[in-house]
Design a protein around this ligand. Sequence first.
Ligand code: ATP
Length: 217
Amino acid sequence: MAQEQVKIPQATARRLPLYYRFLNNLHSQGKQRVSSAELSEAVKVDSATIRRDFSYFGALGKKGYGYNVNYLLGFFRKTLDQDELTKVALIGVGNLGTAFLNYNFLKNNNTKIEIGFDVDESKVGTAIGDVPIYHMDELQEKLIEEGITVAILTVPAPVAQPITDSLVEANIKGVLNFTPARLNVPPSIRVHHIDLAVELQSFVYFLKHYPITEKEL
Ligand code: ATP
């Protein structure tokens, strides 16, 4: 994109989609402005953090007015590349993979799973949602043909690394890894790891050991 990109801290960048979703809702309700207190309540981020986040992209809220919804939305759209559709591939059409294929990511952001891959012959040649499933033998050819550079990995852990190696060969730039395997990739490839079992376990641990105090309520 030719537009100048503002360099913002990673923690702020991670919160942008949250802000974007809420502001989009406000916009569709015809709201023109929003206070940091309202935003804070809706996205559950404290208002000091919101003010600091917004100051990185030049949105300085005015006292008694708040933030201009249209200005913020315009900024988020550009920063999150909402004007461009990002095509994603999903590898491993099992229980979790199938759920992702049926989930409409497009509802909230501009990413779409375009293509699925599996080795199971009963799945190859079918379509889930409207997403066609191809055999792994066609992985590299299809990814390169479609110009897809983002992949979601929902395969069994033992095959995660060799599949990642083929993804890298097919010019993939990012892997969202839902397997418990830790992946080795060249430094130019971004991997985000989401282990749902670990998340659940740590959540239960927090519930038990860090009860919410009166002060936080
Ligand atoms: P299911 O009940 O459909 O097997 P699951 O999520 O319990 O789903 P897993 O064993 O985790 O099954 O496998 C997830 C998916 O990954 C399955 O559809 C499986 O066929 C597929 N898969 C297994 N090995 C590979 C591989 N080498 N390449 C691509 N997909 C694979």
